[in-house]
Design a protein around this ligand. Sequence first.
Ligand code: CA
Length: 234
Amino acid sequence: MKKETILVVEDEEKIARLLELELEYEGYQVTKVMDGLEAFDAYRSGKWDLVLLDVMLPGLSGIELLRRIRINDKHTPVLLLTAKGSVEDKVSGLDYGANDYITKPFQIEEVLARIRAALRFKEVTEVEQIEVDTDLLTFADLKINQRTREVYRGEGSVDLTPREYDLLVYLLTNKRQVLNRDQILEAVWGYDFLGDTNVVDVYIRYVRKKLDLPNMPALIHTVRGVGYVLKEAK
Ligand code: CA
């Protein structure tokens, strides 16, 4: 199994060393940085499963570093190490998107437990993210939620019959590819369909009528002598 990577930013040598040793012992791959500016470079040049960040740092404060990290990265868990009693640091840290904070002096077991919790949470949210992404098909201003079978063009919802829906999903998953009637027939109606291939033309017409409202660029295009393609309007 790949080791999880942790960026440790802490300017107090003894604490930094302790964190590094303990985390490595727990099986994490640790990079230790002791200055705020260096830490931002290290953050940008690596891929981190978690950042453990001291607030009081030379170069760049932990809070400022966190703010910069969160501009483009909402997902990497960041745990703050704050001085005892510094309520202000905790509050602004959470405001800027820290996942948790640990007050110094800390028990190493507490740090390890918080890290495990943050990494577990990250895993769960990543899995949900992937599921959401694969359920949603989008193209231009067209959106299809495959979980609910809802279709939207721009702001408006499009009401399709099950067959029309299957036809549109097939065109969309093969977007920008010209599909002939037999291909469409096989994919949407099945191999054992015995009717006329004209049924494809009929259903394309139905879907177009619902999808391409007046003043909207057409998405489904006829390729004469071949078939159909879903692509952007020229
Ligand atoms: Ca410090």
